[in-house]
Write a protein that binds this ligand. Structure first.
Ligand code: ZN
Length: 103
């Protein structure tokens, strides 16, 4: 019984991860038309991630501000800089920074 439950929840997580990816894709597509919609998609993706305890993939974590949760587009509402061994994103909305290690 336990094994079956585990498998099932694994399937939910797989679907949840796919939905998160789709939401970020849509956020990217809609940004030019309506950036508020992109922010909504980020919010939805975060909710799914919390509900199903699925981590937002590393590469997608760079697409939104971890402080104000705005969808970020480099050169439009954030700036990206390489700083030593890190990539630094500065959000124009909340003026805060996010740092990611450079591989
Ligand atoms: Zn921000």
């Amino acid at each position: 019984m336990k094994a079956r439950y585990k498998k099932k929840s694994g399937q939910f997580q797989k679907i949840a991860r796919e939905r998160i990816e789709i939401l970020f894709e849509q956020a990217d597509l809609k940004f030019k038309e309506d950036s508020n919609l992109s922010d909504r998609y980020v919010e939805l993706a975060r909710k799914i991630s919390m509900k199903y305890k699925v981590r937002i993939p590393k590469e997608l974590k760079r697409r939104f501000c971890k402080h104000c949760y705005k969808f970020l587009v480099p050169g439009v509402n954030c700036r990206v800089r390489n700083n030593d061994s890190k990539i630094v994103y500065s959000c124009f909305n909340c003026k805060k920074f996010m740092r990611f290690p450079l591989k």
